[in-house]
Design a protein around this ligand. Structure first.
Ligand code: SAM
Length: 323
């Protein structure tokens, strides 16, 4: 994209902003707007019982879709703190001026108490986390999230820290790779896949996402669900491993969220696979901290599933912080 076009898009975003104090536009690093479609929007807004003046945390800001609607609901007297581990998401948010009552920072939601202390906020009324990855991450081929990406198989949300997936494939002992594919991907062919990687990894240095997807398909075969790429489980497993996703969620559910949320405040968590959902379900069950507001998780309507197929596996659970 030319610098001129880039610049004019940013100016357009600024003009949009100046018409409405609560509106903001998030842009990709090349200044194109976010393509992520937020899931379960109506259910989240209703479940959070939003009203004017509340202080809310969106712990997984992404393309700012949920954040935009939350800001509308809490109005100019409310305050929203948006966090994301992904620097691209943060830079996209700052590509246009933000409303005064919105703060967007690069951090994990599991670090929430420290972030609030730095902002001199004692506690908050509502917290939302919408887990997993965004369509912006999937669609940015240089991030190596998609099966067709010719970029390095990276899969980190925060690409400034930790070890990318291609490097993990080179260094992890076979039992570790096997348990990653087994536990985080629930991949039935975990043993076969780990053994094939270890046998062939000297020829798989700095592997691209596309080549790894082809390698997985060739190793474990393409049978099974026709709807899913054969590498879906392997990619999920590596993404969970390199981002330590379950550790962040566990810390947040046990420590960060109870500490940050006021008594009577509401936590909303959207999950996309059973490993995450189990952690949330167990945390809310018979707890001294949480009053479970959703004995059964809330899923998308058939209309939302048709409009946004990504919503199919989404589950929303809500809990109120006990005094
Ligand atoms: C499904 S998207 C969120 C989309 C967002 N709700 C929207 O409406 O645009 C998930 C986002 O969570 C971020 N993320 C994942 N784990 C995180 C963590 N521990 N802390 C903060 N952000 C995280 C990812 O980088 C990604 O941008």
């Amino acid at each position: 994209m030319s610098a001129l076009l880039c610049d004019s898009r940013i100016r357009l975003a600024r003009r949009t902003h100046s018409r409405d104090a609560n509106a903001f536009v998030t842009m990709t690093p090349d200044a194109t707007p976010s393509i992520h479609i937020p899931v379960l929007m109506r259910e989240v807004l209703r479940g959070l019982e939003l009203s004017a003046g509340l202080t809310v945390v969106d712990g997984t800001f992404g393309g700012g879709g949920h954040a935009r609607k939350i800001l509308e609901a809490i109005g100019p007297t409310g305050r929203l703190i948006g966090l994301d581990r992904d620097l691209d998401a943060i830079q996209r948010a700052h590509a246009s001026p933000l409303p005064e009552n919105l703060t967007v920072k690069q951090a994990s939601y599991s670090e929430l108490p420290a972030i609030l202390t730095a902002l001199q906020i004692e506690s908050v009324d509502r917290i939302l986390v919408d887990l997993g990855f965004s369509s912006d991450q999937l669609g940015t081929l240089s991030r190596g999230f998609g099966f067709l990406s010719e970029s390095l198989l990276d899969l980190r949300f925060d690409y400034t820290q930790g070890v990318p997936a291609w490097q993990l494939l080179q260094s992890a002992p076979e039992p570790e790779l096997r348990s990653i594919f087994d536990e985080f991907g629930e991949e039935p062919a975990a043993r076969k896949l780990a053994a094939a990687i270890v046998a062939q990894r000297s020829q798989m240095q700095m592997i691209s996402a596309k080549r790894f997807a082809e390698f997985v398909a060739a190793t474990i075969g393409t049978s099974g669900s026709r709807e899913r790429h054969p590498a879906t489980r392997a990619f999920q497993a590596l993404r969970i491993a390199v981002n330590r996703e379950l550790e962040h969620l566990k810390t947040a559910l046990e420590q960060s969220f109870p500490q940050a949320l006021k008594a009577g405040g509401i936590l909303a968590v959207i999950t996309f696979h059973s490993l995450e959902d189990r952690l949330v379900k167990d945390a809310f069950k018979e707890s001294d901290v949480w009053e479970n507001l959703t004995p059964k998780p809330i899923g998308p309507t058939p209309a939302e599933e048709r409009f946004n197929p990504r919503s199919r596996s989404a589950k929303l659970r809500l809990a109120r912080r006990k005094p």
